[in-house]
Design a protein around this ligand. Structure first.
Ligand code: F0G
Length: 433
């Protein structure tokens, strides 16, 4: 006789009230956010590691996905009928030029831009749309700075559901806007910033009955936990000293904390990695709270070139506080110039990422300079989105900014003559990287 499958439930993080796993509400009556608790698989840490290792490289079925490979810790009751692209299985890279720029000795880049729609959001959406289908949702929606909406669109298409995205007019990078339209999302260009979009999305979910797939949705966070599980597996379950992550709406910060705590509780690892959350200086409400020992929550008017993290009132604040506290983590800020310089280094290393992603590498450099990250410590910096998400920022940096910023690679106009080519080639050989 086989054992009954494990069960999961939703629990209010504020008051502890318990809801069934298929309850469609996203918030408790007390206002607290819900989180998933999965019944323990009963396997030892070693057995679980072996199971996950065994599923690596599967050619068929849900285990091809770098999210569903960890099903026991994501959504054990989902069965095999999941809405998957598949996603995940993103590379963990080392690039000496990036390591040197950051002043690090042991730096890895976890490149989430290699997901199907070009950002980590796919890991949350595969679980979010799987759940939407389980509860019989008839439409899905999100507020977004672009990437969440793009992922929502692709996965809603897979699930055969209509999708709605509320985006801040004039503040969505071109690659993302293009994806929203291409994937068939009803794209609402809202006259307001992301925080206004978020309020409108919540009201629509409450009053119009669409299933909200913002990062307050606890099922999305379960998927995003696999960024951490996958990088731990890629490091042979040897936890790094630090994971550094860009922080906007704080969904990732929260889910990373949950992933690390559960990985320890389930015996996958014995040492907890510290989380460093990095905000843009002009959009840093979480860093403000951190400096005050999280005495209170801040709301700011956000300004940064990194449109992905142009967020003044992050939704997952409370659970991100817990993640920082439980991992002895830190929150820091970087300027737009630091972020863009880091991005130019990551791009020129042939890796590439969007501006917000480079906050993790710029933040790593800052924390090393401040001796918060120690020399010799192992760091994994998460690159959250693909270079092609924001082509305009690249052109602005390399071609249009006066005076030329560090690493600017100006396109060169020539006459159709070999002599001009020869001149450029000679200069390039001299500068050989
Ligand atoms: N990096 C990228 C590329 C993002 O798109 C986002 C968030 C973040 C970092 C911040 O992550 O919100 O979990 O702290 N993008 C959301 C969106 C807001 O709508 O696409 P977070």
């Amino acid at each position: 006789m086989t054992a009954p499958p494990p069960t999961s439930r939703q629990v209010c993080a504020a008051c502890g009230r318990v809801f069934s796993e298929t309850d469609p509400r996203l918030q408790c009556e007390c206002g607290g956010l819900l989180e998933l608790r999965h019944e323990h698989s009963g396997l030892t840490g070693a057995a679980l590691r072996a199971l996950f290792d065994d599923r690596r490289g599967a050619a068929h079925g849900p285990f091809r996905s770098g999210v569903w490979r960890y099903r026991e810790m994501v959504l054990p009751t989902a069965g095999d009928d999941v809405v998957t692209y598949p996603e995940g299985n993103t590379p963990l890279l080392r690039r000496p030029a990036v390591t040197a720029w950051a002043g690090a000795t042991d730096l890895w880049l976890k490149h989430e831009g290699h997901n199907p729609t070009g950002s980590f959001k796919d890991r949350g959406m595969t679980v979010g749309l799987t759940q939407a289908r389980r509860i019989g949702a008839t439409a899905v929606a999100c507020a977004s700075t672009g990437n969440t909406g793009a992922a929502l669109g692709a996965y809603a298409a897979l699930a055969g559901l209509p999708a709605l995205a509320f985006v801040p007019k004039g503040h969505v990078a071109l690659g993302k806007l293009m994806q929203l339209v291409a994937y068939g999302v009803r794209t609402l260009l809202v006259n307001g910033d992301f925080d206004v979009c978020q309020e409108l999305a919540h009201a629509s979910s409450d009053q119009l009955g669409v299933y909200l797939l913002n990062s307050i949705n606890p099922f999305r966070l379960e998927g995003q936990k696999t960024i951490v599980l996958e990088l731990l597996q890629q490091l042979d379950w040897e936890p790094p000293d630090w994971i550094v992550v860009p922080a906007g709406n704080l969904g990732n910060t929260a889910s990373f904390g949950k992933a690390l705590a559960e990985a320890r509780d389930w015996g996958l690892i014995t040492k907890i990695t510290r989380i460093a959350a990095v905000q843009a200086e002009g959009a840093a409400p979480f860093a403000l709270s951190y400096r005050e020992g999280f005495a209170r929550r801040h709301r700011v008017e956000a300004h940064t070139v990194a449109t992905a993290i142009r967020i003044g009132n992050p939704a997952s604040y409370a659970r991100a506080v817990r993640a920082i506290r439980e991992t002895d983590g830190v929150v820091t800020t970087v300027t737009d110039d630091e972020m863009l310089e880091a991005k130019a280094v990551i791009d020129a290393a042939g890796v590439g990422c969007e501006p917000a992603s480079a906050a993790s590498v710029a933040g790593t450099r800052r924390l090393i300079r401040e001796r918060i990250i120690g020399t010799g410590q192992r760091v994994v910096a998460v690159l959250t989105g693909h270079l092609l998400k924001d082509p305009e920022s690249v052109i602005r940096y390399h071609q249009e900014t006066e005076a030329a910023p560090p690493g600017a690679n100006r396109p060169i106009e020539i006459e159709p003559r070999l002599a001009d080519v020869e001149r450029v080639l000679a200069a390039a050989r001299n500068l050989r990287r």
